[in-house]
Design a protein around this ligand. Structure first.
Ligand SMILES: CC(C)CCC[C@@H](C)[C@H]1CC[C@H]2[C@@H]3CC=C4C[C@@H](O)CC[C@]4(C)[C@H]3CC[C@]12C
Length: 455
């Protein structure tokens, strides 16, 4: 470490309260609701706001700096892909629910390499917009998490676009996030996977990468696995990428990969046209046994779920168990380079909501920070602070108070016909892929806040 480099907190004030409540007893009342309307008892929460959770994308931001230093656009693209995959790593085993951000809530993070700001720009539907910048790159986007219940599992689709720009290089990349599935809502131990296809486009070079986040599969052998290709402008496969979003990402040229396939064909034959189709075209089906259980729970709001469509799928793993990844299956293809590797979790992580070291630091009120912090910053939320300190009852009281305060404020605005306007982002169109997006207005760091009182 450099002398004088800032040290951030590496743990929380107290270990978490270990609850053994059944999540289904709460969730059965939430079927069909959107994420911002799901209120769960605070014991299911982790002491972070969803805005802080988005800031966790930044843990491996050095990959963007590395990318900005590359002259070869295809190597640059490799690092951008590494960054996109690395941004998901902190989700591994994180099954606590982050706090729903209040409308107008903000979260800033200033680190040596970058500064980051996130704002809750809409409450119904919930949309969070973020913008990070360093001297070499800009990373921004908006996220609207959409929830879909499938009975024993829930699928969360983080709608929205993310963009990386290298202004000096006049280069830009966009992609959208894959889906996140949480399993075993009714019985068994919760577990999570990221599934779907991620397409990363380089708008300057016309190159494109397609990555498949695989479903664990019937024997769990593909648990957390990511695979895909970089295509050149003529749509020829140029590089093969492989790894796990929880561990690492490697890259090799397509010739080495094909050579490897010829020699090891039967052992490793994924990522053909069949599996590169989104594995999530058919979300997990609900088996008869589970259906019976659901019926016995007499769910009134059950109509909104499509559970009856395909009742038993014999190929499916029983969802009550957590699949184990077959690490022996880890492949190492000749001429590979390691693009990204995960930081190990702190030893005490399981007593602290499975947080990474980076996550542990996010709610820290650093010395003198209060003097400059925007009054709507997540760090100043009393419910999150109380949970972090182990005061479950206090956190619950504060959480209810804040939610009621927000409801009253919304009602008040409605009667006065005032429309909420986010302070730091404007609704606009993404210049690269023309999708709807939220654009940073640049004013936050001037620190002239005209803050609404939300806490
Ligand atoms: C059972 C249900 C209702 C509770 C699940 C709560 C947790 C596990 C859910 C709720 C919202 C989810 C997040 C919503 C959006 C994103 C952005 C995406 O880029 C990575 C995954 C991530 C960060 C999800 C991780 C899992 C998540 C935090």
């Amino acid at each position: 470490m450099d002398v004088g480099e800032k040290v951030y907190r590496q743990t929380l004030p107290v270990p978490m309260y270990q609850n053994d409540y059944n999540i289904w007893s709460v969730l059965k009342n939430c079927i069909g609701k959107e994420l911002s309307k799901i209120t769960m008892p605070v014991v299911f929460n982790e002491p972070l706001s969803f805005l802080q959770r988005i800031a966790e994308y930044m843990e491996y931001s050095h990959l963007l700096t590395l990318a900005s230093e590359q002259e070869d656009p295809v190597i640059r693209l490799q690092y951008v892909i590494g960054f996109a995959v690395s941004a998901l790593a902190s989700n591994w085993e994180r099954l606590g629910k982050p706090f729903n951000p209040l409308l107008g809530e903000t979260y800033e993070l200033e680190r040596k390499e970058f500064r980051f700001i996130c704002e809750q720009v809409s409450h119904h539907p919930p949309v969070s917009a973020f913008h990070a910048e360093s001297k070499d790159w800009v990373f921004h986007g908006s996220i609207h998490p959409k929830l879909k219940f499938w009975g024993k599992s829930v699928e969360i689709q983080p709608k929205g676009v993310v963009t990386v720009e290298f202004p000096k290089l006049k280069d830009a990349y966009t992609w959208s996030n894959v889906q996140c599935c949480v399993h075993n809502l009714i019985v068994g131990k919760l577990w999570m996977e990221q599934v779907g296809t991620m397409e990363i486009c380089s708008h300057a070079s016309g190159q494109r990468a397609q990555l498949t986040f695989k479903q664990a599969g019937s024997n769990g052998k593909d648990l957390h696995r990511v695979e895909g290709f970089i295509f050149d402008k003529q749509k020829h496969k140029q590089f093969f990428l492989y790894g796990k979003w929880t561990e690492f990402l490697k890259c090799t040229d397509n010739n080495s990969y094909e050579e490897y396939l010829k020699e090891n064909g039967s052992k490793h034959h994924s990522c053909n046209s069949k599996s590169s189709k989104s594995p999530n075209d058919s979300p997990s089906h609900t088996s008869k046994k589970v259906l019976q259980k659901l019926n016995s729970l007499k769910l009134s709001s059950f109509k909104s779920m499509s559970v009856a469509e395909s009742m038993d799928d014999p190929t499916e793993i029983p969802e009550v168990s957590v699949p184990r990844s077959d690490s022996a299956y880890s492949i190492d293809i000749p001429n590979s380079t390691l693009i990204w590797k995960v930081n190990p979790r702190p030893q005490h992580s399981s007593d602290y909501y499975q947080f990474t070291e980076f996550a542990m630091s996010l709610n820290e009120l650093e010395t003198d920070m209060e003097k400059t912090l925007c009054p709507t910053d997540s760090r100043l939320r009393p419910d999150i602070r109380k949970l972090e300190q182990g005061d479950i009852d206090g956190a619950a009281i504060e959480k209810t108070r804040l939610e009621e305060k927000q409801r009253a404020a919304n009602k008040n605005m409605k009667t006065k016909k005032i429309e909420w306007k986010p302070r730091w982002f404007d609704q606009g169109i993404n210049p690269y892929n023309k999708q709807e997006d939220w654009i940073f207005n640049g004013k936050y760091w001037g620190r002239q806040y005209t803050d609404p009182e939300i806490f």
